[in-house]
Design a protein around this ligand. Structure first.
Ligand code: C2O
Ligand code: CU
Length: 509
C-alpha cells in the first residue's frame, strides 16, 4: 500500500478511496513517491469535538488618521495531535496570525517585526496597493528586522489574507504556519443581510492540509509529488477535527484555502445547498445557491449556510474535479475529507434574510481591452521563462485594460494568481464562467489545456522599478520559479523579454 500513503493513511478516507489507490499500485507514478517509513500516522480520526478556535481580531491604534496594526513573525509550538508537539511559526502567537480588519477608504499601516532566525516577507494577498508595499520577494525583512508598509484601502469588501513571500522559501514558511486573514469592509457590506458578527455568525475558516513526520515535526518535503506535499490531516484554523457551535439561523463561512498544494471541493455532507456570496475579491452580484465550491490554493469563497435548531452538518471536501489531469489520484483528485462539523444549538437566534442583490459588478467586455497577452504555463515556466528577480517580464500601462489568455500546458494542476489587481474571467474555452468564477478573482485554478481569458484594469500606482508578481499559487511551483514580474508604468504596454516579445503586444485599438 505504498501509494495509499500518498493520499493519506486511510484514516480520513473511505474504503472507496483506498480501493482506487490500490488499483494504481503498479502504475508508473508509484516510483515518484518516496518510500517513507517516517510518516507519522495518526492513530485515530479526529472526533470533531474540539471547539473551532477563532483567530483573534488584531488590535490596532489610529494615529494621525492611520490605523496601525502590529505583526511579529515568531517561532512557537503547537499540539495538532494529542501528545505530539510540533514546532510552528505564527504571527503574534504560535500558529497562524490574528485577523486584520479595515474599511474601504481607511489608511492602514502594519508594523511587521521578524523574530525568526531567517528572512521572511509579509504579502497582502488580494490587496490593491503600491508595489513597494506588496510584501513580495522584493520586500525582505531580515531576521531581527522590521518593515512598515502603509497604504489606503481602496477596494470593495472582501476576504483577503496575508502570508510570507520570500524568494524560493514561501512553501516552507507557509507550511510552518505563517498566514492570517485580512477582512475588508465597505459602505454596503454591513447592510445586505449578511452575517457580520466576527466569530459568532461570521467565521474565518482557514483550511490547510498537513503531514507530520514521526518526530512530530511538519513534513516539508514534497515526497516526489509534482505539485508539492499533500497532507493527511486537514486543519481548520490550526485544529484537526474542530466543531463550530452555530447559534444563529444563518452562518457565514469565509473559507480560505491556505494549503500549499491541495485543491478542495467544499460541500456539506448531507448535500444541502448553501448560498455562495463572495469570492476572492468581494461579493458576487447576488447570492448563488449551490451545493459545492472548488478552491485551489490561495482562493477564497464565502458561503452562508442555513441551519435548523439542534442539527449537525459536516463541511466536507469531496473529490475535486481537477480537469483533464493525467493521474487525478496523485494530485488529491480522489481524496475526501471531513473538515469542520457545524453543530446547531437547540434554539437559534433569527438571522436577517440575505439581500437578493449585493453588488453591481461592471463586466469587462472583450472590446474594452487595450492590450492582449498570452501566458502559457508549463513545468515551472511562464512563456518559457523561470522567475528572475532581476528581470521585469511585463510592462502594464497605467490606465489600461488588459485581456490575457492563460493556459496550463501540463497534465497536472497549476493555478494563476496576479498581484495588485482583481480580475474577471471573461470565458473558459469560449464558455461563460461558472458562478464561482463570475465575480472578482485574484487566483483561479487552471484545468489543463483550457484557455482562460481574464481581464483586468491597471488603475494606478505607477512604479517603474518595483514589480508585482504573477505566479502559480501551488507553493512548490512558485518557489521553483513559476513566477514572473510586472511593473505598472506610464510607458506603453510591453514585454521586456520573453520568447515572443511583441507578438501579442501592442494596442488592441
Ligand atoms: Cu498569495 Cu504572490 O501570493
Ligand atoms: Cu503550478
Amino acid at each position: 500500500m505504498r501509494v495509499g500513503r500518498l493520499i493519506g493513511p486511510g484514516i480520513l478516507l473511505g474504503a472507496t478511496v483506498l480501493g482506487v489507490a490500490t488499483t494504481f499500485t503498479a502504475c508508473a507514478f508509484e516510483s515518484d513517491f518516496r518510500s517513507d517509513s517516517t510518516v507519522f500516522a495518526p492513530k485515530s480520526p479526529p472526533s470533531f469535538d474540539t471547539p473551532l478556535p477563532i483567530p483573534p481580531l488584531a488590535e490596532s491604534e489610529v494615529v494621525d488618521g492611520v490605523r496601525i496594526f502590529s505583526l511579529t513573525a515568531e517561532e512557537g509550538a503547537s499540539e495538532f495531535v494529542d501528545g505530539v508537539t510540533t514546532t510552528t511559526w505564527g504571527y503574534n502567537g504560535d500558529y497562524l496570525g490574528p485577523t486584520l480588519r479595515a474599511k474601504r477608504g481607511e489608511r492602514v499601516a502594519v508594523d511587521v517585526t521578524n523574530d525568526l532566525a531567517e528572512t521572511t516577507t509579509v504579502h497582502w494577498h488580494g490587496m490593491h496597493l503600491p508595489a513597494a508595499m506588496d510584501g513580495g520577494p522584493h520586500q525582505p525583512i531580515e531576521a531581527g528586522g522590521s518593515w512598515r508598509p502603509q497604504w489606503r484601502i481602496d477596494q470593495p469588501a472582501a476576504t483577503l489574507w496575508y502570508h510570507p513571500h520570500p524568494h524560493g522559501e514561501t512553501e516552507e514558511h507557509v507550511i510552518r504556519g505563517l498566514a492570517g486573514m485580512f477582512i475588508l469592509d465597505d459602505e454596503t457590506s454591513g447592510s445586505l443581510g449578511l452575517p457580520t458578527r466576527y466569530g459568532v455568525d461570521d467565521i474565518p475558516v482557514i483550511v490547510q492540509d498537513k503531514r507530520l513526520r514521526s518526530d512530530g515535526q511538519f513534513e516539508l518535503d514534497s515526497q516526489g509529488n509534482e505539485i508539492g506535499l499533500l497532507g493527511d490531516m486537514v486543519l481548520v484554523n490550526g485544529t484537526w477535527g474542530a466543531a463550530l457551535d452555530v447559534t444563529t439561523e444563518l452562518v457565514r463561512l469565509r473559507i480560505l484555502n491556505g494549503s500549499s498544494a491541495r485543491t478542495y471541493d467544499f460541500a456539506l455532507d448531507d448535500g444541502r445547498d448553501f448560498a455562495l456570496v463572495a469570492t476572492d475579491g468581494g461579493l458576487l452580484e447576488r447570492p448563488f445557491s449551490t451545493d459545492h465550491v472548488r478552491l485551489s490554493p490561495g482562493e477564497r469563497a464565502e458561503m452562508v449556510v442555513a441551519m435548523q435548531p439542534g442539527e449537525e452538518t459536516m463541511l466536507r471536501s469531496l473529490p475535486p474535479d481537477l480537469g483533464d489531469v493525467a493521474a487525478p489520484f496523485a494530485f488529491g483528485g480522489n481524496a475526501e475529507f471531513d473538515v469542520l462539523l457545524l453543530r446547531a444549538a437547540d434554539a437559534l437566534e433569527p438571522s436577517a434574510p440575505l439581500a437578493g442583490q449585493f453588488a453591481e459588478i461592471e463586466r469587462f467586455a472583450e472590446a474594452d481591452a487595450d492590450n492582449t497577452r498570452t501566458f502559457d504555463v508549463q513545468n515551472r515556466e511562464i512563456n518559457g521563462l523561470r522567475m528572475d528577480m532581476d528581470r521585469i517580464d511585463e510592462v502594464m500601462q497605467v490606465g489600461s485594460t488588459e485581456l490575457w489568455n492563460v493556459t496550463n500546458r501540463d497534465l497536472f494542476p497549476h493555478n494563476w494568481h496576479v498581484h495588485d489587481v482583481q480580475f474577471q474571467v471573461l470565458d473558459i474555452d469560449g464558455d461563460a464562467p461558472p458562478a464561482e468564477l463570475s465575480g472578482w478573482k485574484d487566483t483561479i485554478y487552471l484545468e489543463p489545456r483550457r484557455r482562460y481569458r481574464i481581464m483586468m484594469r491597471f488603475e494606478d500606482y505607477v512604479d517603474d522599478e518595483k514589480p508585482y508578481m504573477i505566479h502559480c499559487h501551488l507553493l512548490l511551483h512558485e518557489d521553483e520559479g513559476l513566477m514572473s514580474q510586472f511593473v505598472v508604468s506610464t510607458d506603453p504596454p510591453g514585454r521586456n523579454s520573453g520568447q515572443d516579445a511583441g507578438s501579442s503586444d501592442g494596442h488592441g485599438h
